[in-house]
Design a protein around this ligand. Structure first.
Ligand code: NAI
Ligand code: MN
Ligand code: ZN
Length: 337
């Protein structure tokens, strides 16, 4: 089979590998399509602290089950499934309290173990979620990115009284806009980014108001507009954002952060406690696939709005270069296998 492998930082190849055999409790799929994510780029560029090389990348993938390991019903062969990349032990403390995404033995498919940019991949049977026929292949490939929004929203509990502010109009910001609008029905969604084309995508994805903060002070601008956000999602993840978010948040606001920077930032107890602000973090997803699949079936979210490019998998270098260099026009890139 052909697999897209990062052999070492900056060394990405399409190589011939042996088709993997599903282990006990696993299924194997023939991959149909996969999505490129920032973390794939980071593994390629050597910027992902969790990656081990060589690695077949890809954690957003769709395929058909073509073989099962012992203990898995043979009836599952033929199912069209989407893979949850979170592989967890099932018995540690986080697993026991419903947080397998931070399992103490966490293995992320495409990061810690070989991923979905490959003609075949194996995964635990419980990670393989059947996709109903009404969801097309390209939409189904977008389920994983929406689980990130589902996970952070599950922490923040947005509702109709909330004014939401989202930093960043990349794929994570856009999935969050759609969830806040289409699922949680918040009062207003404001999106801030430094790139006008991205802000236009935010509008197309349901933002009520967009702000380019490249040449203005966001706190001043929101004060001028009389806006005090009650829910804030940091989907831009610069270390300067959390202190600013705390400053401009309404009393009783919730702030959700998604970033992995190890750079410190300065926040004060007073800024948080005086307004009793809650700060949540969110990593990957905790069993959110069924929820996002039902959002798609009910047409509450519109994954096609994020897809800007599609390539055949053997054009991976072109696809990765477009994704890396064309932030103005490129959002989600899908690969066909
Ligand atoms: P992206 O790079 O496509 O989008 C980030 C956007 O933020 C860009 O449009 C950029 O112009 C904007 N931005 C950067 N600095 C800004 C600032 N100071 N103010 C306003 N806008 C600013 O990335 P993507 O894929 O949307 O992911 C966003 C972040 O979420 C990344 O840092 C990524 O590492 C993180 N992430 C976290 C996950 C988790 O489970 N915790 C999962 C996926 C991504
Ligand atoms: Mn992803
Ligand atoms: Zn565990």
């Amino acid at each position: 089979m052909k697999s897209i492998t990062v052999r070492a930082p900056n060394d990405l190849v399409i190589e011939e590998r042996e088709i993997p055999q599903p282990q006990a409790g696993e299924v194997r799929i023939r991959v149909i399509s996969a999505g490129i994510c920032g973390s794939d780029l980071h593994i390629w560029r050597g910027h992902n602290p969790f990656a081990k090389y060589p690695r077949v990348i890809g954690h957003e993938f769709l395929g058909c089950i073509d073989a099962v390991g012992t203990g898995v019903a043979v009836e599952r062969i033929g199912e069209r499934i989407v893979g949850d990349p979170v592989v967890s032990c099932g018995h540690c403390y986080p697993c026991s309290v419903g947080r397998p995404n931070v399992c103490s033995e966490l293995q992320v498919i495409g990061v810690h173990r070989d991923g979905g940019f490959s003609e075949y991949v194996t995964l635990p049977a419980k990670n393989a979620h059947v996709v109903p026929d009404v969801i097309h292949d390209s939409e189904a490939t977008m389920i994983e990115p929406f689980t990130i929004a589902a996970n952070i929203c599950n922490q923040l509990k947005p509702g109709p009284l909330d004014t939401a502010l989202i930093y960043g109009a990349g794929p994570m910001g856009l999935t969050s806009i759609q969830a806040l609008r289409g699922v949680y029905g918040v009062k207003e969604v404001i999106v801030v980014d430094r790139i006008d084309e991205r802000l236009q995508m935010a509008k197309a994805n349901g933002a009520d108001r967009i702000i380019n903060n490249s040449s203005l002070d966001l706190a001043d601008e929101l004060a001028r507009l009389g806006i005090r956000p009650t829910v804030i999602i940091d989907a831009a993840c610069h270390p300067s954002i959390l202190p600013e978010a705390i400053r401009l948040a309404s009393p009783a606001a919730r702030i959700g952060i998604l970033g992995f920077s190890d750079a410190p930032c300065v926040i004060s107890q007073q800024g948080i406690t005086s307004k009793e602000i809650s700060i949540y973090s969110s990593r990957l997803n905790s069993n959110r696939f069924p929820q996002v699949i039902s959002w798609m079936v009910e047409r509450k979210i519109h994954p096609e709005k994020l897809i800007t490019h599609q390539f055949d998998y053997f054009q991976i270098i072109d696809a990765m270069n477009t994704f890396e260099n064309d932030g103005q026009h490129c959002c989600k890139v899908l690969l066909k296998f």
